[in-house]
Design a protein. Structure first.
Length: 148
């Protein structure tokens, strides 16, 4: 275990704070940036994407998730626990309980996924946000691609 000295607020200054935060770190483990760069060396921008959407409740979320996976539009769908959404809709600020869907799929499936999600969804304008996946575990990325 590395001993870190006791420091009082305001004693360090910027250079001292940097030294204090980095001294004694395990070089084999590296910083967060170094760990990411090492894992990213074997991956590049991928065809895998994450699609975010919301649903009003667990039942509709599970129904939607099952349909997307059964129809091979998604490899996996995570249904997160209850949350509160605050948003402006038709000129009024609304507050509703919702659940977040995190949908893993490939870029080529996005148009079909969007059409199907809109057809099955109870909202007039469902959230549909596509996030590119820059890298990750190659085994997992391959698995997502094979599920289609």
């Amino acid at each position: 275990m590395t001993h870190r000295p006791t420091v009082r607020p305001g004693e360090l200054g910027l250079r001292g704070a940097f030294f204090f935060l980095t001294m004694g770190r395990d070089p084999a483990f590296g910083t967060g940036r170094e760990r990411y760069n090492k894992s990213a060396q074997s991956t590049t921008m991928t065809d895998v994407v994450i699609v975010l959407s919301t649903v009003p409740d667990e039942e509709s979320g599970e129904r939607l998730a099952r349909a997307l996976v059964d129809e091979r539009l998604a490899a996996c769908v995570n249904l997160h626990g209850p949350m509160v959404s605050v948003y402006r809709w038709k000129g009024k600020v609304e507050r509703e309980a919702e659940r977040q869907l995190v949908i893993k799929t490939t870029r080529d499936r996005v148009p079909a996924l969007e059409a199907r999600l809109k057809a099955l969804h109870s909202y007039e304008t469902p959230e549909f946000v596509v996030v590119s996946v820059e890298g990750g575990s190659q085994a997992y990325l391959d698995w997502v691609g094979e599920r289609q």
